[in-house]
Design a binder for this molecule. Structure first.
Ligand SMILES: [Zn+2]
Length: 249
């Protein structure tokens, strides 16, 4: 018998090449293709928009919500909200007291763009942190998919983080969902081991639609059940969460 397992497809929706260009070609041309692809398989994922991506591409944000996928949230301008894992020239992490107000503004921008409030978050570059999960809890979020498995290598299943150290288990109310990394491969990138994480390869080698079809089809055949981050958080909480519906439709 196949063993069932849960798959979260998390898609970050931001400027092309992360923080390093002002362009939204990927959002405008790529997101509709991804929505079609997921619809073809009858699966849903979580699309983590930056506040700016939603504000500048409100049609795409609304289209994403209408498709039944979850609209999550990915900071205001793709800034470093949590712990810096390695330095990037010109990028300084937010100060802890800046985190909550900026998260709030970005959530407001997403609401203005598409009429729903996000309840799921992922930190740019997977650089989460304790002030981040605490701010998310205050703002009513239910999940955070920021834990970089490739880097910390301790958590492989979702957990509720400590309010004193997000890497430990504790009483926090925001479910932390670790990001997959291939822990079986031999890394050639010591000590960071970024090559275990799939997204740099999507960026440097491309994310061909046929390859994505093979990936999703393969996960199906292995027994994968596709859920959004919000649905996974609801499973853990033993209830259900909803995003507020459109106001004007
Ligand atoms: Zn990102």
């Amino acid at each position: 018998m196949k063993e069932k397992f849960t798959v979260l497809l998390g898609i970050d929706v931001e400027t092309d090449v992360g923080s390093f260009t002002p362009f939204y070609e990927g959002v405008r041309n790529g997101v509709p293709l991804l929505l079609d692809l997921l619809a073809g398989f009858g699966v849903k994922g979580t699309f983590y928009f930056t506040g700016d991506a939603a504000r500048q591409n409100s049609g795409i944000a609304r289209f994403t919500v209408k498709s039944g996928n979850e609209i999550g949230y990915h900071s205001l301008y793709h800034e470093t909200v949590g712990d810096e894992l390695f330095p990037i020239p010109g990028e300084k992490p937010l100060l802890p007291h800046e985190v909550e107000p900026r998260l709030k503004i970005a959530a407001d921008w997403i609401f203005e763009a598409c009429g729903v409030r996000p309840v799921s978050f992922r930190a740019p570059r997977l650089w989460g942190g304790t002030p981040v999960v605490n701010a998310l809890e205050k703002l009513g979020y239910v999940s955070d998919a920021s834990y970089p498995m490739y880097f910390h290598r301790k958590r492989f299943v979702p957990y509720y983080p400590s309010r004193n150290n997000w890497l430990d288990e504790g009483d926090g109310a925001v479910l932390e969902i670790p990001n997959f990394a291939d822990m079986t491969m031999e890394s050639k990138d010591a000590p960071l081991e970024r090559d275990r994480d799939p997204w740099p390869a999507f960026r440097t080698e491309g994310a061909d639609v046929e390859e994505l079809k093979k990936l999703i089809g393969g996960l199906f055949r292995l027994g994968g059940e596709f859920k959004t981050a919000m649905e996974i958080a609801a499973d853990f909480a033993g209830g259900s969460f909803i995003q507020s519906p459109f106001k004007n439709e």
